[in-house]
Write a protein that binds this ligand. Structure first.
Ligand code: BGP
Length: 486
């Protein structure tokens, strides 16, 4: 009972949220570099041109690009077995369509993966984590263009070949299901309509024009790109494990009204399963396709040739992020609540974080058991789970974060119960083991780490690292393979 003896305990980051060095060593601009910071009430804003004198949190991030050796040593001190990060596509192909890759970019990740292996830490690498080369957006229209499929596959093959003896676990697109809702068009698909490309003033990224037809074609192109990458990966190294990555949110019916249950069923299918099914089963969920058709989407972009590629390029594992859950109701007066990627209705049984996300550890057990029965035998990884909060540095330099320990303890306990009930969970990478830039709000203020970084939203801070109480707690969790959670 409990976690397997070779369970991969670790933590997760994304290049654009920690590396900084946004134009160093030949790197090109990426979509993340054009986002200004916001806060819990103010969405991030986007402008097609970098504006002088404005603060872009990803431009220096937490300076992981220069401090990765110190940071990997801290993760090793906690006993990490694995470390999830992403390769910033624009470090490898600065504009996205160069003939040859940028050697300095390739070398950085060679050095990073070597540093991980120095401590016996297994890299888990996301190829596209909300950081698409801006050149691909401007010149090709992001994933709306079929040419971007080939640009992604070329980039993926470059990485598979370069790191074939250093990286075994690969994820294609981070939270690819963000593309099923309007909020996911910029970060995940690189979709910016011409009118928005022509803007001279910043605009909330949620006010960018959404064209559902373009968005579902772009999402389909990412499915095809992922499938082609999986096919190529297995040719380069048959031992590669390539996964999808879904932002999994539970959608509970707010009442036992059959209407609320039907609404929850449809939302769960469209937000979570639509992408999971096509990437794990290799075929589209027909109820989901019918809904798109009924919503007026022309599905002729799904060709017979593409269907064959999707079947041949099924992923080897299902990975997902889990932070919170939502309720859903047909009652228009039900109390709304915010969330990661998507809000919903307030659950009267759950507490919320300072950023309004509903805390639901049992929801993680529910999710693992649902996935284990929906995709029998497919290995599962929880590749993001964490608690964003305001941390305080005491006079003596200590940082007490019992709220983070409590959140993580309950979620790990829920995972253990799911494993004991048959969920084939092989890894857990907590989100943001070292403080990181929030993607949703672009804040340093919203801290996730076991390690505090002296960096603030006014651009101040010396980037120094300080261990929080949770650093020592997680070290013990790993040492006891998840047995001692106190
Ligand atoms: C997920 C993203 C991560 C990270 C996480 C936490 O959706 O995959 O990159 O951003 O959310 O959310 P936030 O950073 O907004 O607190």
């Amino acid at each position: 009972m409990g976690f397997s003896k070779n369970f991969l305990w670790g933590g997760a980051t994304a290049a654009n949220q920690c590396e900084g060095a946004y134009l160093e060593d030949g790197k090109g601009l990426s979509t993340a570099d054009l986002l200004l910071g916001g806060d819990v009430k103010t969405p991030r804003t986007f402008c097609p041109e970098i504006m002088e004198g404005r603060f872009y949190p990803s431009h220096m991030g937490t300076d992981f690009y220069h401090r990765y050796k110190e940071d990997i040593a801290l993760l090793a001190e906690m006993g990490f077995k694995c470390f999830r990060t992403s390769i910033n596509w624009a470090r490898i192909y600065p504009n996205g369509d160069e003939e040859e890759p940028n050697e300095l970019g390739l070398k950085f990740y060679d050095d990073l993966f070597d540093e991980c292996h120095k401590y016996g830490i297994e890299p888990i690498v996301t190829l596209c984590h909300y950081e698409i080369p801006w050149g691909i957006v401007k010149k090709y229209g992001g994933f709306y263009s079929r040419e971007t499929i080939d640009l992604f596959v070329k980039y993926a093959v470059t990485c598979f070949k370069r790191y074939k003896n250093k990286v075994k676990y690969w994820l294609t697109f981070n939270e690819i299901n963000g593309g099923t809702i309007d909020k996911g068009r910029y970060n995940g698909l690189g979709l910016v309509e011409p009118e928005d490309l022509a803007r001279k003033e910043p605009v909330s990224k949620f006010d960018l024009i959404d064209n559902p037809q373009h968005r579902f074609e772009a999402l389909h192109n990412e499915f095809v790109a992922s499938a082609k990458a999986v096919i190529e990966a297995h040719k380069i190294n048959p031992d590669f494990m390539v996964g999808n990555m879904i932002c999994h949110i539970n959608w509970y019916p707010l009442t036992c009204s059959p209407l609320d249950e039907l609404a929850a069923q449809e939302k769960d299918m469209m937000f979570n399963d639509f992408c999971g099914d096509v990437m794990v089963n290799g075929v589209y969920n027909t109820v989901g396709l019918k809904k798109l058709e009924n919503d007026g989407i022309d599905l002729s972009f799904i060709t017979e040739e593409d269907k064959e590629i999707l079947k041949a390029g099924k992923v080897d594992m299902y990975t997902f992020s889990y932070y919170m859950s939502n309720c859903i109701s047909v009652d228009p007066n039900a109390k709304a609540i915010d969330g990661n990627l998507s809000g919903g209705m307030k659950n009267p049984y759950l507490e919320v974080s300072d950023w309004g996300w509903q805390i639901d550890p049992k929801g993680l057990k529910w999710t693992l058991l649902k996935l284990a029965s929906r995709y029998p035998g497919v290995p599962l990884m929880v590749v993001e789970n964490g608690f964003g909060a305001v941390d305080k540095v005491e006079e003596d330099g200590s940082i007490h974060d019992p709220y983070r320990i409590e959140y993580l303890r309950k979620h790990i306990q829920a995972m253990k119960e799911a494993v004991d009930a048959g969920a084939p969970l092989i890894a857990y990478t907590m989100w943001g083991p070292i403080d990181i830039v929030s993607m949703g709000t672009g804040e340093f203020y919203k801290r996730y780490g076991f390690v505090y970084v002296d960096r603030h939203d006014d651009g101040t801070g010396d980037f120094s690292r300080k261990k929080k109480d949770s650093f020592y707690w997680y070290k013990k969790v790993i040492e006891t393979n998840g047995e001692d959670l106190d």
